[in-house]
Design a protein around this ligand. Structure first.
Ligand SMILES: NC(=O)c1ccc[n+]([C@@H]2O[C@H](COP(=O)([O-])OP(=O)(O)OC[C@H]3O[C@@H](n4cnc5c(N)ncnc54)[C@H](OP(=O)(O)O)[C@@H]3O)[C@@H](O)[C@H]2O)c1
Length: 296
């Protein structure tokens, strides 16, 4: 297995904190549909391996029901807390955000997270509800229970509501992002407002979307940089200042993805992938909330 020493770069957030530009997720493939108390040893093992390999940015959520596993992995990995960047999210217990975070902290076995996110905006269509929830997020930051606060799956309209009344702007919006879902309007909104973008599903063009119009460009670039199309997909995010959150059950893939830190795509190559990707639309998550052709 390759032993890559190239460090993962950091992205500076609008509140002064920094986020490692590649995250490891304990959702999707690790998502527990059954009883939360049944501990998934494979998830513990994989998260631990990832941390020891250098994935210090770990992405969790209460709804994944794997915070206990991540907590065990953190303990077993023996990496000091300050080196880790831990994200978790609230949605199931959105009615009581402060106690949701306290429960998450207990499961994770830590005193604070680095980033706490409202997992999705679908809990209410009312602006006042969003503004009230955001006030609660601001309080948790003020109490030191989370270093940064942000959102996930928000559209400009939801962000506008928060900006109307916030004291602390969202540091991050974590969204599905890959060549087949580039939502350029949302990304330019983020840039204008200083919100960092995290990309989930970054490998979609080579997994669910394989056989699509981006294949040729991905393969050409993979050949040029002697990496895989998946690593090109991760680098394509990073070179647009977007932080990909991936996951894998396989040590070899976790190791291979670190090769995305060893090269850079040039602007013409990014453009080629953007153009090829925009010929197809594919959304893999929250599909019940969007029309088939809704690219926002
Ligand atoms: N905020 C949200 O609403 C939200 C939604 C979804 C996800 N997320 C977060 O983002 C993380 C990553 O999401 P994701 O899993 O969609 O990311 P991804 O990086 O696009 O996909 C990773 C998955 O692809 C599989 N894979 C990799 N290469 C493959 C190949 N060549 N052929 C077939 N399968 C391949 C991996 O399986 P192997 O185990 O075989 O490598 C893994 O299950 C989640 O764990 C979660 O933390 C957040």
């Amino acid at each position: 297995m390759a032993n890559i020493h190239t460090p993962i770069p950091n992205l500076k957030l609008n509140d002064g904190h920094s986020m490692p530009m590649l995250g490891y997720g304990t959702g999707t493939a690790w998502y527990k549909s059954g009883n939360e108390s049944k501990v998934d040893q494979a998830c513990i093992e994989a998260a631990k391996i990832s941390m020891n390999m250098g994935y210090h940015h770990q992405d969790a959520a209460e709804v994944y029901k794997t915070e206990t596993e991540l907590g065990q992995a953190i303990k077993q990995a023996g990496i000091s807390r300050e080196k880790l960047f831990l994200t978790t999210k609230v949605i199931t217990n959105i009615s009581d955000i402060p106690s949701a975070l306290k429960t998450s902290l207990k499961k994770l076995g830590v005193d604070y997270v680095d980033l706490y996110l409202i997992h999705a905006p679908f809990f209410s269509d009312k602006k006042e509800d969003h503004q009230e929830k955001w006030r609660q997020m601001e309080e948790l930051k003020a109490q030191g229970l989370t270093k940064s606060i942000g959102v996930s799956n928000y559209l400009p309209q939801h962000l506008d509501w928060i900006f109307e009344t916030c004291k602390v702007p969202p540091a991050v919006n974590q969204i599905e992002f890959h060549p087949y879902l580039q939502h350029p309007d949302l990304i330019s909104y983020h840039k204008k407002k200083g919100i960092a973008t995290c990309a989930y599903g970054p490998l979609t063009a080579v997994t669910k979307g394989a056989g699509g119009p981006a294949d040729e460009v991905l393969e050409k670039l993979a050949k040029k940089y002697a990496v895989s199309p998946g690593e090109i997909s991760l680098r394509w995010c990073i070179d647009q200042d977007i932080v990909p959150i991936t996951t894998s059950s396989k040590e070899q893939r976790m190791s291979d993805y670190l090769r995305a830190m060893t090269f850079k795509l040039n602007p013409a190559e990014i453009k080629q992938l953007n153009e090829a990707g925009s010929k197809k639309h594919l959304r893999g998550f929250w599909t019940h909330k969007y029309d088939e052709n809704d690219k926002r």
